[in-house]
Design a protein. Structure first.
Length: 313
């Protein structure tokens, strides 16, 4: 099947139009390979900018047909309300199938134990819920929006990244991917995690959102919010999820979020970027990775790699 590149003028200065078109073409090729090589794929959807970008790419890959696989959200119960509202509206507008599996159910069933204390988060608990859902639906390919520039463990992943029958990842035993040859052959019980935008950067994603005029949750743009500071990071104080000590002062500031994970482990940044072009300009000048605002990555030097080995996306 021939890939069609839609020649839409780009508004982003300094980012070659050909690069965005090439990244889009590669991602569409990968998504079509998933549909061709696997029997039960699913797109892991969080309501964040990367998974929203994947939905747009999947629309283009299979147009005029509908996206031929469901979306699945592993809901921690601690998501930002703006993200959940956007998720439900997008799915309804596009007529997509959405599967939701809840971390709270894993807690209630005694499969995982909820953390407590200052840095408690449900983010790590998602792994059990995800692996149970993969087994429940017998998914053989899970498509996600992870990118190599996010974190060094993610830079080790292949585009087709095989997981064993326990859902675990062996970073030292991966298949070569030469000349864009994607090998989807797996043994009984195995599944593959697929990363169509693995070669994109945060700036590429935002530039594509700008080029395609894609709607995203309002939380990504600068807005006034009650927050407090801890360990040099800016935490939302508008919910009961994030632990806050009595001496941590709440104040209203103008902030935005570069990433939208579990509220209890995702910090904001001070910003006045309230439009996509301002966000693009801000990211271009930033010296800090977007995951610099994720406390779960700071638990240890190899935090992400250990979680991925256990089955985390």
């Amino acid at each position: 099947m021939e890939t069609t590149i839609i020649d839409t003028p780009t508004k982003t200065e300094g980012l070659p139009k050909l690069k965005i078109n090439a990244l889009e073409s590669e991602a569409i090729y990968i998504l079509r390979e998933v549909a061709a090589q696997f029997e039960k794929p699913v797109l892991l959807f969080s309501g964040g900018k990367d998974s929203i970008t994947l939905v747009r790419l999947a629309q283009k890959a299979f147009y005029p047909a509908k996206i031929p696989f469901p979306l699945m959200h592993i809901d921690t119960g601690h998501n930002f309300p703006e993200t959940i509202e956007f998720r439900d509206r997008l799915v309804k507008e596009l007529g997509l199938e959405l599967i939701i599996r809840n971390v709270q159910d894993s807690i209630d069933e005694g499969k995982v134990v909820e953390e407590s204390g200052k840095y408690a988060s449900r983010n790590m608990l998602q792994t059990t819920t995800l692996l149970d859902a993969i087994e429940e639906f017998k998914f053989d390919a899970c498509i996600g929006g992870a990118r190599r520039d996010e974190e060094k463990a993610r830079a080790k992943e292949r585009i087709f990244s095989v997981r064993d029958d326990f859902g675990q990842w062996d970073e030292k035993n991966q298949r070569p991917e030469l000349f864009d040859m994607l090998n989807g052959e797996i043994e009984m019980g195995q599944n593959v995690r697929v990363f169509p935008i693995s070669n994109w950067t945060e700036l590429d994603v935002w530039s594509y959102i700008e080029k395609e005029d894609i709607e995203i949750p309002s939380i990504y743009f600068a807005h006034k919010r009650n927050v407090f500071l801890r360990d040099g990071m800016i935490w939302s104080a508008e919910d009961e999820v994030v632990f806050r000590a009595d001496d941590e002062l709440v104040e209203e500031r103008t902030v935005r979020f570069r990433t939208v994970g579990d509220m209890s482990c995702t910090a904001a940044v001070f910003s006045h970027a309230d439009t996509i072009d301002k966000v693009v300009a801000e990211i271009r000048e930033s010296k800090i990775s977007e995951r610099g605002a994720r406390i779960d990555d700071k638990r240890s030097e190899a935090a992400m790699e250990k979680r991925k080995q256990q089955g985390y996306f």
